[in-house]
Design a protein around this ligand. Structure first.
Ligand code: SAH
Ligand code: SF4
Ligand code: F3S
Length: 467
């Protein structure tokens, strides 16, 4: 059997609902418009592209503006409190839009909506929200829209059964040369600060055949960059019977013919193996970059976070990766002010970033998430003090990024020209080591690979195309 053969398709029941919605909304004579507002990580961006795919199947035109939409979906994130506050504010603003457009339907979905307390809040205090649905039922969007459009009750659908992944959901990729492929859904790691396992459910890996089919279709239609997504891509394949783990999957995607680059995130250090590093070294299409969140440099804090690796193990991974790929770059995620973290422990985080020299770091102040084990841990350090530590960390990382960037001046790197830059006359190119470089040039270069000489560094790297 060919690995590309697949008889999995979008459920016919949902296709039938989509067709019924299409008949209803086209009967009004004008094209109905839908707007998807996305918060959170790449996984959510990819989910939104599937929501847009289903909306198009239903006959909606996609609009970027909420004001002229007949249907608005908020695809939300729950990872930190700040993200949630913004959603409540923005959903609240649709009350006014509903007064102006009686036919407007408002839906809220994603990680935040998956929490019962949040869904209940929408039910009780936001009567103008028509549909709330969780992360594992989003493929049923046509059914929800049909039921509400035809006068049904408000819909609250939060089922989290961790069943088989629904394949074949239509997708509207937006970009024509770079795109995401989810390889795992959910997370089983239960880091004590994190809400993701509760709102996304158990980790489930897609069948390798489905991933390869999607990758091949993308490459055949001209895609130049594929980003593999998962909360922990390194544990890909657990529970699948075919024995294909992440390292093997990378090799298989690398074997697809064509000129393209393979990126992936996120890697969890506890599941980062020598086999994976070997695969990265051997696969010429895989980027020379590892996003490897370490969260804290202190073994005691790592233990309290349930990260299941030590500082020493983390540093040995960095060393093993550098031995195989001397030009590899690293980025990371860091949490400052985990409950009970002391200043001395925070200093271990500072020393770790100096030791590794990450090209950049995503840094967060700990945010308490209800239901997680860390939410009930004693947390004596004030927000103000955590803010001061956070500034120290930013300052240190900034010094490191500057030093690394200055060292790059004079080098020539291959980049994929990805988008216009905020600066007139420049485009943003991304290298195989995940550097963003401002490249002089016209928009027709977008979507092509170019060799670029890095000329200078002032806050950003600047370069010119060389042949
Ligand atoms: N699965 C990925 C991370 C997903 S969330 C991984 O484990 O690497 C992205 C980042 O948000 C995390 O790496 C962490 O640094 C941060 N984060 C998650 N929960 C948080 C919380 N409660 N407070 C502050 N930052 C948090
Ligand atoms: Fe959250 Fe940890 Fe899972 Fe990442 S690995 S999503 S931080 S529980
Ligand atoms: Fe947020 Fe959910 Fe992603 S909580 S970070 S959108 S997995």
């Amino acid at each position: 059997m060919s690995i590309f053969s697949s008889d999995v398709s979008y459920p016919t029941e949902q296709q039938a609902y989509a067709e019924k919605v299409r008949r209803i909304i086209t009967a009004f004579g004008k094209t109905a418009k839908a707007c998807v507002v996305t918060y959170g990580c790449q996984q959510n961006v990819n989910d939104s592209q599937r929501l847009k795919g289903m909306l198009r199947l239903m006959g909606y035109e996609i609009t970027e503006t909420e004001e002229n939409a007949d249907f608005i979906i908020f695809n939300t994130c729950a990872v930190r409190e700040h993200a949630e506050d913004r959603v409540f504010g923005n959903v609240g603003a649709t009350k006014k839009l509903k007064r102006e457009n009686k036919n407007l339907i408002v839906a809220v979905c994603g990680c935040m909506a998956q929490q019962k307390s949040v869904a209940d809040k929408f039910k009780e205090s936001y009567p103008y929200v028509d549909i709330v649905f969780g992360t594992q039922v989003s493929h049923r969007l046509p059914e929800f829209v049909y039921k509400r459009l035809t006068g049904g009750k408000r819909i609250f659908e939060l089922e989290l059964k961790n069943e088989k992944i629904v394949e074949g959901v239509p997708i509207d990729r937006e970009d024509r040369f770079k795109g995401y492929i989810p390889i795992t859904y959910g997370c089983d790691n239960f880091c004590t600060y994190c809400i993701v396992p509760y709102v996304r459910g158990r980790e489930r890996s897609r069948a390798a055949g489905e991933i390869l089919k999607e990758a091949k279709q993308m490459v055949d239609s001209g895609y130049k960059e594929i980003m593999l997504l998962g909360q922990n891509v390194n544990s890909y394949g657990k529970g699948n019977a075919d024995g294909i783990n992440f390292a093997k999957l990378l090799r298989m995607i690398n074997d697809i013919k064509g000129d393209f680059i393979i990126r992936f995130m996120t890697s969890h250090p506890k599941d980062c193996t020598e086999e994976l590093l070997d695969a990265m070294r051997d696969c010429e299409k895989v980027e020379r970059h590892l996003h490897l969140p370490f969260q804290s440099g202190s073994d005691r804090v790592l233990g309290a976070m349930n990260r299941r690796y030590t500082r020493e193990k983390y540093l040995s991974l960095i060393k093993a990766a550098r031995e195989r790929m001397p030009d590899i770059s690293f980025t990371t995620d860091i949490i400052v002010g985990f409950p009970g973290e002391t200043y001395e422990e925070f200093c271990e985080t500072l020393s770790l970033i100096k030791e590794v020299e990450f090209s950049s770091a995503f840094t967060f102040i700990y945010s308490k998430r209800q239901r997680t084990p860390a939410a009930v841990m004693p947390d004596p350090v004030s927000r103000k003090e955590k803010g001061e530590w956070f500034s120290l960390l930013l300052k240190e990382q900034d010094k490191i990024s500057k030093k690394l960037n200055n060292n790059l001046v004079g080098q020539t790197v291959r980049v994929l020209i990805e988008e216009p830059s905020p600066e007139e006359g420049f485009l943003i190119g991304r290298s195989g080591t995940a550097l963003n470089i401002y490249v002089e040039g016209e928009k027709d270069l977008i979507g092509t690979f170019k060799n670029v000489k890095i000329n200078s560094y002032t806050n950003v790297l600047y370069g010119t195309v060389v042949e």
